[in-house]
Design a protein around this ligand. Structure first.
Ligand SMILES: Cc1ncc(COP(=O)(O)O)c(C=O)c1O
Length: 389
């Protein structure tokens, strides 16, 4: 009997070499040094505490897996998404580096929060384009350090997400278009007005801030390493521009003795990484990114992440819109004693992908899934403004 080939929604990465070492090109994107110390420093933030890593043994057994763990970022900072880690830290890094240039000593979180360097930091106006969550994080960072903030939102972002951004003191400008239109407008206005862009995506000549944002995300990965000493064999991670995936893949690649199998997940209409993998260079999504998974609704990758994702993601896969609601329900109404998890449409994408892969014999086999697998998922957001009906 011949083995059926994997389905069209699953593509292997021809560049991935398991023997490849984490090198300088990767370290430039995700530097694992100092992350445990950063976790300590974050304790200065009043709302900060590690999010839980839940075990779901009943669902693992049903899917034919050895173990399944879910990092629940819906509980991050009382904020509801992992994005809280990125924007806040990037705002901090910009202010810290300005203060350090002026005073030749780098101030920590606490000192900036107390406004000890207002002479240098007060004049910064921060801005970003966002599908919602990142803008909320930048707004929270600006508020924490007492700076003005302007957030550009695409047409589709929910009113609840806009309200949550305004609630953190930021001004909001809606653009008549998608996420990429919001990025273009943010860049145009920032240049004209001298504002500092805190973007989670990179472009030619702009990568320092996105690298700070990803450094923030690595905090959640370091927490996972501490919470799960056996470590995963498989990681399903959802991608928009690829910042989260780069942090997860890069950090685990750098610190674990054995690199897990990494599977990058995207909505079929926003498959920029899937297409980039096929082409072997950054490529646009095949669709118009019209997806309910707002955090993943990106038509272009963040190019600075290439040396990590394009070289160490083992597989790229897409999911369909009608797989989202069942995945959210699965998290919300667990089997047996598994914990209930509140997820939003982008948050549950990893579970939607895992379920899809486990229901397809060829995909299950190609990914090397089975009774010995320990699978990690990241519930990257809760249900802010998008309650399960
Ligand atoms: C909830 C959620 N999950 C995943 C992502 C994807 O992150 P990235 O764009 O860094 O790939 C986002 C991005 O906004 C998000 O909001």
């Amino acid at each position: 009997m011949t083995t059926p080939s994997p389905p069209a929604w699953l593509a292997a990465n021809p560049r991935a070499r398991r023997a490849q070492k984490f090198g300088d090109a990767q370290r430039f994107v995700i530097n694992p040094n100092g992350i445990p110390e950063l976790c300590e420093e974050l304790k200065a933030c009043p709302a900060h505490k590690p999010t839980p890593l839940y075990a779901l043994p009943a669902l693992a057994a049903q899917l034919g897996l050895g173990a399944l763990r879910v990092k629940d970022e819906s509980q991050r900072f009382g904020f509801g998404a992992f994005k809280a880690l990125g924007g806040v830290l990037a705002v901090h890094d910009v202010l810290a580096s300005a203060a350090s240039e002026a005073h030749h000593a780098t101030p920590g979180f606490e000192s900036l929060m107390k406004g000890e360097h207002r002479d240098i930091t007060a004049g910064f106006v921060f801005t970003t384009a966002s599908s919602g969550n990142h803008g909320r994080s930048v707004a929270a960072g600006a508020k924490l350090f007492g700076n003005r903030c302007v957030v550009f939102l695409p047409k589709f972002t929910s009113a609840a997400k806009e309200a949550a951004i305004r609630q953190r003191g930021a001004e909001v400008i809606r653009v008549d278009g998608d996420y990429d239109t919001a990025v273009a407008e943010c860049r145009r206005q920032a240049e004209a007005k001298g504002w500092t862009i805190i973007s989670d995506t990179s472009w030619e000549g702009y990568d320092s801030v996105p690298r700070s944002v990803m450094r923030g995300y690595t905090v959640l990965v370091e927490e996972i390493v501490r919470q799960w000493p056996e470590a995963p064999t498989h990681v399903f991670v959802q991608a928009g521009v690829g910042g989260l995936a780069a942090a997860v893949i890069g950090y685990l690649w750098a610190v674990l003795p054995k690199r897990p199998t990494f599977i990058v997940v995207e909505p079929a209409s926003a498959d920029c990484w899937f297409q980039s993998n096929l082409l072997g260079k950054p490529a646009l999504a095949s669709g118009n990114a019209d997806t309910q998974m707002g955090g993943l609704a990106c038509r272009e990758i963040s190019p600075v992440t290439w040396p990590i994702i394009a070289e160490a993601a083992d597989w790229f896969m897409t999911i369909e819109e009608d797989e989202v609601l069942p995945a959210r329900r699965r998290f919300a109404h667990p089997l047996d004693d598994d914990p209930a998890i509140t997820s939003g449409p982008s948050g549950c994408a990893g579970l939607a992908a895992l379920t899809r892969a486990c229901a397809d014999a060829a995909a299950f086999k190609a990914l090397g899934l089975g009774k010995d697998s320990r699978v990690l998922l990241i519930n990257s957001e809760g249900d802010l403004g998008e309650p399960l009906t």
